[in-house]
Design a protein around this ligand. Sequence first.
Ligand code: NAD
Ligand code: IPM
Ligand code: MN
Length: 359
Amino acid sequence: MSTYRIVSLPGDGIGTEVITEGRRAADAAIAAVGRSIDWVEYDWSCETYRTTGRMMPEDGIDRVRDANAIYLGAVGSPGVPDHISLWGMLIPLRRELDLYANVRPVRLMPGVPSPLANRSPEEVDFVVVRENVEGEYSAIGGRMYDGTEHEAAYQQAVFTRRGCDRIMDYAFALAADRRAAGKGGKVTSATKSNGIVHTMPFWDERFEAARGRHPNAETDQFHIDILCARFVTNPDWFDVVVGSNLFGDILSDLGPAVSGSIGIAPSANIDPTGRNPSMFEPVHGSAPDIAGRGVANPIAAVWTASMMLDHLGEAEAAALIEGAMETVLAMPEGRTRDLGGRASTRSCGDAVVRAIEAA
Ligand code: NAD
Ligand code: IPM
Ligand code: MN
């Protein structure tokens, strides 16, 4: 029997509530295929920061490096500035492990109410592939002339040839896999190349070069502004959408909003070379406005756990979770408040585990 060693980092707010349910789903599914998970949990969070002055220990990255995967809830807590919680934990994990491919699927699930009228699940099924370690989220920036009438803030976006090429190749490979599985197989580039944003003509050049490396792929591109509009008016046009760090961030909250709720959106931060453990986390944050009330939707964390098992080669266990999740979402009593239901985090998680065990 094989056992996976997975580092669990519940973090702050609803992170701790949803990770509990995601772990139960993962344990039930992996047990059903005769294997197990050895969870190693660290309480790194804003609470740790308040008591120790650090979000995670100095050797935090080394402590997670030899795990099979990392499963993270969310970080962020009122009273601790976001730049401290994010630069102190989430961003170093993504960067120092070089998890450059952020994969964020969007699907309209059967029975889930969507703000889009008359759309069926087959019409909303795409993946945002977000560049995860450079671009607009560069570390080069700061403030000048503080406290004077000239005070200013600046940030230098950095797009490298290597960074663009590898995320685009990842998107093309994913599209080829999806085509082989009977899905669209098109790659859409999110750009803004009408000469105003200097980095985007470079992004387009690299996309053109990627098209050359993948001559059989179908492609298109949209400026980010109209692309946001098309996610709402024509979600059926998309299959794999590749975007920079900031554009991908925005698109990956917009997609789930039109397909139901941010409360169901999963994400994988992948190191495609396999040298480092990949990290799996819901798209949403710590949601301080509902934290501690037991009402958060755990499905994003549950679906994220399914992506994690799939990444570990446990396709059967991953499919068990995905099937259970669809069963629960299709039942009105399975849905939490963000989807118009009344289920609690725990009762939704219970229903997922029951559906896995019944499969
Ligand atoms: P958020 O995603 O935490 O919340 C946005 C809105 O969506 C809130 O109204 C919240 O109640 C709702 N929501 C989010 N997840 C939900 C769920 N599972 N079920 C039901 N409703 C849900 O984003 P925010 O408010 O912009 O950020 C709050 C904090 O989280 C900030 O400190 C931010 O920096 C942090 N954050 C962390 C991560 C991360 O660690 N990966 C991601 C995003 C935001
Ligand atoms: C996400 C979050 C993070 C991001 C924040 C919290 C830094 O919004 O994972 O989407 O922008 O990457
Ligand atoms: Mn985001």
